[in-house]
Design a protein. Sequence first.
Length: 342
Amino acid sequence: MWPAMDLTRARRLSVAPMMDWTDRHCRAFHRAFTRQALLYTEMVTTGAVIHGDRARLIGFDPLEQPVALQLGGSDPADLAEAARIGEAEGYAEINLNVGCPSDRVQSGRFGACLMREPELVAACMAAMKAAVAVPVTVKCRIGVDDQSTDEGLFALVAACADAGVDTFIVHARKAWLKGLSPKENRDVPPLDYGVVRRLKGERPGLSISINGGIADLDQAEALLAETDEGPALDGVMLGRAAYHEPALLGQADRRIFGLAADDVGPFAAIEAYRPYLASRRAAGVPLSSMTRHMLGVMHGRPGARAFRRILTVEANQPGAGLEVLDRALDAVREAEARRQAA
C-alpha cells in the first residue's frame, strides 16, 4: 500500500483523469517530469473492471506510482468489487467519478447525474471504503443544471463525509446535463473557485482539491495559498494544461512540493522515458500509441512544429521505432542552434 502520508502530499498536485488521454503511456511520460504528483487513470466502468481485459484496461507500470484508479458506476456492490480489484492491482487510491456529463455516462446512471443523488453516492462510497484499505475519494462538480451549490456540492460532500470519506476533488463548474456536449461542459459553465474555498472553510477537516481551468503553476500556487477569498486548498488538479504542455510538470517538484530539485526539461524527461518506450515497443506497442502524448512537450521552443510533424506522420508508419523520436529531437536541436547562431 502506498504510504498515506506520501499520498496526502502527492495530492498537492495531480493530473486529471482524461478519457482517451491519460492512459498508461501518458502517465509514464508525465512521471518522467515529476516524481511527486499524483496521476490518475482514465475513467473505467465497473463492468469493464469486473468483466473486461484487466491487463489492457487497468494494467500499469510500477514506475507510474503514485497512481489512482478512477471508477465509473453507481451500484455499491459492483463498485466495491471493482475497488477490490483495483487495490489488488496495486493502485494507491480508488476514485469515484461524479463529474462526467456525457450522455453515455448519464444513460448508465453514473458521472455528473449522481450529483442529484447524494445518498446513493454516499452508499457507494461506504461500500468501497468497507471493501479496501486504500483511500477512496470523490471527484465531482459544484452542481448540475439549476441546482444550487448547497443542493449539489455541499449536500454531496456532507453525505459522503458522513460515510467516512475525507478527500474530494472538485471541478469548479456546474455540469449542464442537457444542451452542452462534454467538451462544452469543460469550458462554458463559469468557474467558481470561491465556492470551493468556501467548502474548505466550512469543512477544514476534509482534504479539498480543485480542478477546472487551471492553466499553469502560478495559478496552482495561488490556489494552494490562503487569500481573501478563503483558506488554502489542499490540492490542485491540472487537466488539459498538463497534457498539452507537459513540460510545466518539470517544475512541480521544486515549486509545488518544495524539494531542492532541479527542474526537468523536455530533453531530460524524454531521455528518462526512453527505456519505457523501448521496452513497450519491444512488447509490440506501436510507437504512435506512446508518442501521441508527447506532441506538446516542445511547446514554445524552436523546432516545435517540426517535432510534432515528425511524430505525427512518421510514428504512425508500420514498424516505426525510436529512430523517429531521434529525428524529431534533432529537428528541435537544429532549430535551436540556428536561432543561437542568428
